[in-house]
Every structure is written in C-alpha cells, then in structure tokens.
Design a protein around this ligand. Structure first.
Ligand code: B1M
Length: 229
C-alpha cells in the first residue's frame, strides 16, 4: 500500500494500528514516509511507534492481547527502530563518554533499553549493550573490561526491578561503586525506587536519560580539570 495519500495524522494512526497488528513489513514503509515528510526521528517514535506500543501495553494488561501478539508488535516496533537507528546514532557528535547498559536478570524486555542505547550513541557516548537477562557477574565483567563512566540498567517487570539493588550492592562489595555513575530506568521504575536501590539517577525516558548522562559527564570533566589545575 502507498501511504503518500494519508494526511500526517492518519499516517501515524495507521502506524499505531499496524504496530498493534504486528505488521512488520508495513511499519518501515510508514516510518520512511514520515521521514520524507520532514518528521524527526523523535516525532516518529513518540507519535507512531511508542504511541502504538502504549495501546498494546494496555490491551496486554487487560487480557485482550497475549504474548504471541505482543511479540509480533515488538518485532514490528523493532523493524521501525532499525530505520531510525542510523539517524539516532550517527550524528557525528564527538565522543563524550562510555556507557555499559543491559536489562537485568530475569527480564527479556529490550525495546526501551535499545532506544536508550541508540540515543546515547547519537549524543556521543560509546555504548556497550549487554542485551537482556544480565546478572551481576555480567555487568561486573563488562565494567572491568570497558571501564565505562556510566552503568545503565533497565527493568520492565516489578519482579525483576529489585535485582538492580543486587547489582549496585555487588559493585559496593567489589569496591568499585564510587567509580561509576549508575542510572536505572524502565516502566515500573521511579525516582524513589532509584534512590532505594542506591542508584545515582533515574532515567524517565531515553531523552531524559541522555540529558542526565551529559550533565554528569560535564560535572565529571570539570572536577577532573579542577584537580589538574
Ligand atoms: Co511484557 N510486560 N511481559 N512483554 N510488556 C509489560 C512490561 C507489562 C507492563 C504489560 C502489562 O501487563 N500491561 C507487564 C509487567 C507487569 C508488571 O511487572 N507489573 C508485562 C508482563 C507481565 C510480561 C510477562 C510476564 C508476560 C507473560 O509471560 N505472562 C513476560 C515476561 C518476560 C520476561 O521478561 N521474563 C512479558 C513478555 C513480553 C514480550 C516478550 C512479549 C514483549 C517484549 C519484547 C521485547 O522487548 N523484545 C513484551 C512487551 C513488548 C511489553 C509491553 C507491552 C511494552 C514494553 C515496551 O517495549 N515499551 C509492556 C507494557 C508497558 O510497558 N506499558 C509489557 C516501549 C518502550 C519504548 O518503553 O520499555 O518503558 P519502555 O522504555 C522507555 C522508558 O521506560 C525508559 O526509556 C525508554 C524509552 O523512552 N527506559 C530506560 C527503559 N529502560 C531504561 C534504562 C535506562 C534509562 C531509561 O537506563 C539508563
């Protein structure tokens, strides 16, 4: 189908509908159409892909959709994100820091975490994306190997979010907690919860996470230059 005849509002509604129906061949066509009309990647994410996934989330919660359908919707969303990936990651921004990011143990949700990773890359961070179901040992090994400035953890389930504390505590036991800035995020995570698990910051969404990470790097660099002076 050609989407050029739809007005912008209908194009986004179609994108939401097709994401809901898991039509992963259609989503990239619609994303390209929106880009051709001058829409920014952020607008396409917010108005089309994330808005569609929000509807999926509500119907999943209410027992109208089940895991197989939600998985198809997730794959359709990923197909759209693949079109946006180069636009979000290749901005030519100067390297400003390094981040290790992963979804915690027991949790396989990765769409939001991948979005955070892409936007961090676009802002100039080198990102080591550990994937899903990461235990404390995996985070620890990656921190030792890559020596990042920031550790990002994602959790989408109320049953897996407490694992963030296990990771933070492990960093403490290993004596490296003070060497790394810990950010946590994911739908059930809150500012209070972030404090409770001993994280340094809560990233409400990908854009906010990027801003928090950038201001942390600015503080870190200015402290380092004060010490040199
Ligand atoms: Co899941 N699931 N799911 N699921 N799923 C939720 C999370 C749920 C809220 C749905 C619901 O009931 N309404 C519910 C959790 C309820 C709860 O814990 N209270 C739920 C459930 C119950 C489950 C299963 C247990 C279902 C079952 O098997 N019976 C199961 C668990 C599997 C497991 O992990 N062990 C399950 C499985 C799945 C799928 C595999 C089918 C699929 C995941 C596919 C994938 O990710 N590859 C899936 C999906 C897609 C969802 C919903 C519908 C959508 C999640 C999503 O991708 N959102 C979700 C409903 C919802 O969240 N409302 C749901 C879009 C994404 C862009 O947003 O991930 O929030 P989000 O990320 C945002 C911010 O949160 C933030 O920035 C992102 C971008 O702005 N952020 C960070 C995220 N991580 C960050 C890290 C940071 C900073 C910011 O670090 C610095």
């Amino acid at each position: 189908m050609s989407y050029s005849e739809l007005n912008l509002e209908d194009l986004y509604l179609q994108m939401q509908d097709d994401l809901y129906d898991g039509l992963k061949e259609e989503i990239p066509l619609q994303v390209r159409e929106a880009l051709e009309r001058g829409q920014s990647p952020q607008e396409i994410l917010d108005e089309g892909l994330v808005a569609g996934m929000d509807i999926v989330g509500v119907d999943f919660r209410d027992g109208i959709l089940f895991v197989p359908e939600v998985l198809m919707a997730a794959n359709a969303m990923k197909a759209g994100m693949e079109i946006l990936r180069p636009l979000l990651t290749e901005t030519g921004a100067q390297r400003i820091g390094k981040m290790v990011v992963g979804t915690v143990k027991g949790d396989i949700h990765d769409i939001g975490k991948n979005l955070v990773a892409m936007m961090m890359e676009g802002a100039g961070f080198e990102v080591i994306n550990l994937g899903i179901n990461c235990d404390a040992d995996k985070f620890l090994a990656a921190i030792r190997e890559h020596e990042p400035d920031i550790l990002g953890m994602s959790a989408l389930l109320t049953t897996t979010m407490p694992y963030m504390k296990v990771v933070v505590d492990t960093l403490g036991e290993e004596g490296i907690r003070d060497e790394i800035y810990v950010m946590v995020g994911g739908a059930p995570v809150t500012e209070n919860f972030a404090r409770e698990v001993g994280a340094d910051a809560y990233g409400r969404d990908a854009a906010v996470s990027v801003e928090i990470a950038k201001s942390y790097m600015a503080r870190k660099n200015s402290e380092a230059s004060k010490q040199l002076a």
